[in-house]
Design a protein around this ligand. Structure first.
Ligand code: 3PG
Length: 311
């Protein structure tokens, strides 16, 4: 079988070497297409592949149609909103992710960005501390759990609300020491910082709107390491206009980046390129998991991490 690693944003060299080794020692052919310039290069590269390992690379109908032998796509990471799942199902392609493998890297970045911004981008002026403040986690998956763990080291109070878990389920996550709240309104009302951790789905698109944001303290901080589409950007711009101390910190550059940047340069920060999962450790964890999942898919039809429906 031919396995293509197609990553617009390349993995660490060590991760790529180890992925190749896993694939080749199972008797498959390995090829890579890293840092490609445009979709046409991807379309050309997928023509004879049976398996794909990707990151945020968009795998839509056009790509699948260009890859008639494709059987499995593994998104080395958590979110799979970049893959057309319906089309994959209709073509009998199995789509999987590697949940949890890059969670710690993303969680660490949450704190890195928080401290950078609370210390006024290290410009030497008087800043604030995060210790003993209230952190709200909106959704409670693998990244949120790691954030909760780290937050305890900073003596933060951690509130959590999940649209997919019941209040009691969340209360049972005792080892993370979070306070389970009953609604997203309660979460935003009772948190100095709110960190978003839900996947992008039709139900979560634009879920952070004016109504919710206005419940936060006037000097609240919204942190987004998840997806830009979760936030109604116009509403957030309005909140930042009305509240001169409100901050937005993000690893997913908003569509209206120029506007945020020019209007609120000291209260808005975005990484230039999504960087949460961009550590050697996370690349190795997610990349190797993806390679192993492909090997066992071809060996014995293992679809354990499948995320799309079956035909
Ligand atoms: C994920 O969904 O796993 C993260 O957003 C990381 O995405 P990336 O692999 O494109 O950096």
């Amino acid at each position: 079988m031919k396995v293509l690693l197609a990553t617009g944003k390349p993995f660490a060299r060590q991760a790529v070497g180890e992925i190749a080794q896993i694939i080749e020692s199972a008797g498959h052919r390995f090829e890579k297409l890293e840092n490609y310039a445009g979709k046409s290069q991807l379309l050309e590269a997928v023509r004879d592949v049976n398996a794909l390992i990707i990151r945020s690379d968009v795998i839509d109908r056009e790509v699948m149609e260009a890859a008639p032998h494709l059987k499995v796509v593994v998104r080395a990471g958590a979110g799979y909103d970049n893959v057309d799942l319906e089309c994959a199902t209709s073509r009998d392609i199995c789509v999987m992710n590697t949940p949890g493998q890059n969670a710690n890297a993303v969680a660490e970045l949450v704190f890195g960005m928080m401290i950078y911004m609370l210390r006024n981008q290290f410009d030497g002026t008087v800043g604030r501390e995060i210790s003993n403040k209230r952190l709200g986690l909106y959704a409670f998956g693998n990244v949120a759990k790691m954030v909760a763990k780290i937050a305890r080291g900073f003596s933060m109070t951690v509130n959590a609300y999940s649209p997919t878990l019941t209040h009691d389920d969340l209360r049972k996550e005792g080892e993370y020491g979070v306070i389970s709240v009953y609604s997203n309104s309660e979460l935003f009302e009772n948190s100095d910082f709110v960190s978003l951790h839900m996947p992008l789905l039709e139900e979560t698109r634009h879920c952070v709107n004016y109504e919710l944001l206005s419940r936060m303290p006037r000097d609240g901080v919204l942190i987004n390491t998840a997806r830009k589409e979760l936030v109604v950007e116009e509403d957030l711009l309005q909140i930042m206009e009305e509240r001169p101390r409100f901050q937005y910190i993000t690893d997913v550059k908003p569509d209206r980046h120029e506007e945020f940047d020019s209007r609120f340069p000291k209260r808005y920060f975005t990484t230039p390129k999504k960087t949460g999962a961009q550590t050697t450790e996370a690349n190795i964890n997610a990349g190797l998991a993806a390679a192993e999942q492909i090997v066992s898919f071809f060996r014995n039809g293992d679809e354990r991490f499948r995320v799309n429906n079956k035909l």
